[in-house]
Ligand binder design. Sequence first.
Ligand code: AMP
Length: 486
Amino acid sequence: MAVSPDGGGGEWVAVRGCVGFLAGSGLLNWRLPALCGLYLMSILKAVRGTRDLLPPETELWNRVEATARRVFARYNFGEIRTPVFEDTQLFARGIGEETDVVSKEMYTWEDRARAASEKAQSLTLRPENTAGVVRAYIEHGLGETGLLQKLYYIGPQFRRERPQKGRYRQFSQIGAEVIGPVSSGSESPLRDAEVLEMLASFLDEVGVTGWRLAINSVGSSSDRPRYVAALREALIPVAAGMCVDCRRRAETNPLRVLDCKVPGDQAAIEALPRIADFLDEGSQVHFAALRAGLDVCGVPYTVDPRLVRGLDYYTRTTFEFTHDAGLGTQNALLGGGRYDGLSEMLGGPRAPGIGFAIGADRLVLTLQAGLAGAGAGLDSGSVLKADVFMAPVGEAQGPAALKLARELRAAGLRVELGDGNFRLKKSFEVADKVARKIVLLGEDEMATGVVTVKDFGTGVQSKVPRQNLASELRKVAPLGSPSALA
Ligand code: AMP
């Protein structure tokens, strides 16, 4: 194997024998590229920062997503699906030009005009979904219903970040938004408390233990200018000693200085004024009511005065759930906050809202770390086992095995079908790898209507009348439970 000549990620497989033979025969000077072209191929790989998800990991993903749908439904959320690409302006205006996401991480391209009458359009793969949901809220006049809109989504997002464990260029978010006219109660701190309480219930139900919740208030749109002015002033004497981004942001968007992760800048950032000291009475009351709601529900949290989050649209409440297991430095499981002015920023009506996005990749990593520790075997080397391996003992029994498998599947069992090429030792080995039991269907079984069942877990072999087979097999642990995984 050698690195591809184009310097890309593909690797080249050359049939060296072919080259050697041609070199020796003098044909090398003739048409080597044409002759060997057929044998020289680039092995393509998934693009850096993207990945394939395979079974059994996808089982865990499905379980996570199903739990989210179930929990969100209990809080009366409905699903929204927006396109994966949008007009670039949506993100520039909504998220903010000076954020890392917009200034460095977006996948943006000029979409060619298809006709002379059309103009090229700048499009972007969505780096997050809140802006898209609010765009849809405005576009479909959802505010005109006068009702609170409670919408959730599940889907891929795209950011050109430096890939590492828990940080990908295509990643999946499970998120939700609560948005509506003020008269629908969208501004109430009760909404914030309800959303956080729902997230705590979701994490508990999906099986994440040991999460931590940090909350903060970043103030209203009237608190913000006073705080930003104070930040700008405080940055004047220190900005020159900070990183390039901070030096620029000290002038263009001082709030984003607080997102800086450069170690050498942290002391200066720590000494900057805190938003808590600039909250007006309305914001203080709102934040206190949120805390009271969480206290009453028994949802534990800490207040982190530095939690401003990296997107410009947040007002008042911001929050983050973290977890240390399996995540390394990327320990933020999910984040969100209130965005009372976003709809107006996008040209829509006044529509306060609050939302969050769960990093599904990180959630799955956390669960894998926890489950592996508990011996549930959901690491990547494990295989989801079928309830039963249906083994026809000879070609002639093939059709009958197919029919019996069909009956068992109709009864809800997960069935793997063998072929008629049955060899006692080999077939048992294969069946043991993919299923928890094996059903043998040979000439005798066909004649008597009684099949042989072996349980690989207990080693017990038994004879079961065909009509009782489904109920006998169904006695095993339900599909997808940890014990169904080996
Ligand atoms: P944000 O949209 O930046 O507020 O992020 C919300 C959540 O999405 C984070 O807490 C992470 O769990 C997840 N997330 C953000 N960026 C990435 C990424 N590049 N790869 C994987 N997960 C991510």
